[in-house]
Structure formats: C-alpha cells, structure tokens
Write a protein that binds this ligand. Structure first.
Ligand code: HEC
Length: 131
C-alpha cells in the first residue's frame, strides 16, 4: 500500500469544508453573522426558544426567563419590539442582528401563538421607527 498523499483537489475540498464549518452548520447565520430566516416561527426556534423554551413558558434555573406564553405585557405591540431590539436586563438585544422585517416577524409570531391572540401586527415600518 502506498502512503496517503492528498491530491490538490482533496486539499481544496477540505479547505472549503473548513470554511463552511466556520459558519453555522444549519445556515441560521449568514457569513456576516446576521440571521437569514425571515419567518417568525423559524426565528423563534433559532433565537428565542433557547431561553424562553420551545413552549414559550419560560424557565427558572441559572437565570429567570419569563414566559412569553399568555403574557399580557405583549398586548402593547411596541413593548416586545423594544425588548427584541434593545434587550432587557438579562436579555441581549437583537437589533444589530435582525432587520426590521425579521423583528416584526418574530414579534408577530410570539404575539399570535402560545395562547397569545393579539391581532394588531407590527410592520417593518413600526420596527424602523422604534430603532
Ligand atoms: C439569552 C436568553 C434570551 C434570549 C435568546 C431571548 N430572551 Fe427574551 N428575555 C430573556 C430574559 C432573561 C428576560 C427577562 C429580562 C428581565 O426582565 O430582567 C427576557 C424578557 C423578554 C420579554 C419581556 C417579557 C416580560 O414579561 O416583560 C420579551 C417580550 C422577550 N424576552 C422576547 C424575546 C424574543 C421574541 C426573543 C427572540 C427574538 C427573545 N426574547 C430571546 C432572555 C432571553
């Protein structure tokens, strides 16, 4: 058996694979670390559920993550927009990583799911005005 000598094309393939791994495996992040998905549910699953839990009922443990499910504070639609853009104490803001459309999508998703039934959706324009 001859010893293993990688060919140029194999080396190239390995380099490309390493580059791809430096980004996120599931494509959640773009190469400049902004979130790609525009869909509110996908954004919730990618960003929010890690802290607020998949059922949005929150958690108490290493920190206190409030429930977004059946949360009356979501009634005023400017409030969740503000929190997602700027953060709130233990929650980081996502204003730098999400565009106006994405903030509106994830806020509208949370306000119309998990037992919340607020119909007055926010628009990308509302988010832009809140920045
Ligand atoms: C790193 C953990 C973390 C992530 C990720 C996160 N949050 Fe939070 N969130 C928190 C914490 C902690 C608080 C409570 C802050 C406080 O009151 O001190 C909070 C509070 C909130 C509140 C205010 C709730 C209330 O009752 O006042 C809203 C709304 C909210 N988050 C929405 C979201 C949305 C939407 C996302 C996804 C875009 C998200 N959060 C992602 C940790 C997180």
């Amino acid at each position: 058996m001859s010893s293993f000598v990688p060919s140029t094309s194999l080396l190239l393939a390995m380099l490309v694979a390493t580059g791809a791994a430096a980004q996120s495996a599931d494509g959640t992040f773009s190469s400049n670390q902004r979130f790609v998905p525009k869909n509110g549910e996908v954004l919730y699953r990618s960003i929010c559920q890690g802290c607020h839990m998949p059922d949005a009922k929150g958690a108490v443990g290493a920190g206190k993550f409030p429930a977004l499910a059946r949360n009356e504070k979501l009634e005023a639609n400017g409030y969740p927009v503000f929190v997602v853009l700027n953060g709130l104490r233990g929650m980081p803001g996502f204003g730098l990583y999400l565009d106006d459309e994405q903030v509106a999508a994830v806020v509208n998703y949370v306000r119309s799911h998990f037992g919340n039934n607020y119909r007055d959706n926010v628009s990308a324009g509302d988010v832009k005005a809140a920045r």
